[in-house]
Design a protein around this ligand. Structure first.
Ligand SMILES: [Zn+2]
Length: 198
């Protein structure tokens, strides 16, 4: 067990959630944390997917709100989606070093951005109905890449994907512990004597 960084008295609040530390604690990147915060710091696939998906839906809704109210094609949503989804996935992944979360951010950003192509596709000849437009939007960037049409749309998608990849990079959390907290003042004399070595 690594040595404690400092003696922590019982009742000291957790550095993340504020709960009072009673028996033991951990040190995550220099901050004193409780056991449940340490668990949360491990991150989880479901939390990353949940937050990422929520961010993707939010960005798509924002695009359609702008589209419906101002009839304007808010193309910068591609970059915004990359930033928001990248950060959301990283938040859910917490201290996990798994690279798959970055691919999750990429995938969600791609799906979110292509979902905003549907209105334009609906106006194209040969597209009958929203379902057809949705399916076509999935591979539209590849068609644009081959034909080199709509370079701005492609560049913005590229920026968005780049941001999602960059911002979902694992943020490393080094956790040490568990360490025992010192007995509170006024506790049994034996416990105080055992932990008071100064
Ligand atoms: Zn906590």
């Amino acid at each position: 067990m690594p040595p404690a960084l400092a003696a922590i008295a019982a009742g000291t609040p957790c550095g993340r959630c504020g709960v009072e530390l009673r028996s033991h604690y951990f040190v995550a990147n220099g901050h004193v944390v409780c056991e449940s915060c340490r668990e949360r710091l491990r991150g989880s696939g479901s939390a990353a997917l949940g937050l990422g998906l929520g961010a993707a839906v939010l960005c798509a809704v924002l695009y359609y709100v702008v589209y419906l109210i101002w009839h304007s094609n808010f193309v910068l949503i591609a970059v915004l989606a990359g930033v928001v989804i990248g950060l959301a996935v990283r938040r859910g992944a917490q201290g996990s070093r798994l690279q798959r979360f970055r691919f999750m951010a990429l995938g969600l950003t791609y799906l979110c951005v292509v979902s905003t192509y549907a209105p334009a596709l609906m106006e194209m000849p040969g597209v009958d109905g929203p379902l057809h437009a949705a399916v076509r939007s999935l591979y539209l960037p590849f068609l644009m890449l081959i034909s080199m049409k709509n370079p701005v749309t492609l560049i913005l998608l590229g920026f968005g994907l780049h941001e999602a990849w960059k911002l979902s990079a694992p943020h490393v959390v080094n956790v040490d512990g568990p360490f025992r907290v010192l007995a509170p003042v006024g506790a049994a004399h034996g416990a105080v004597a055992a932990t008071t070595d100064a």
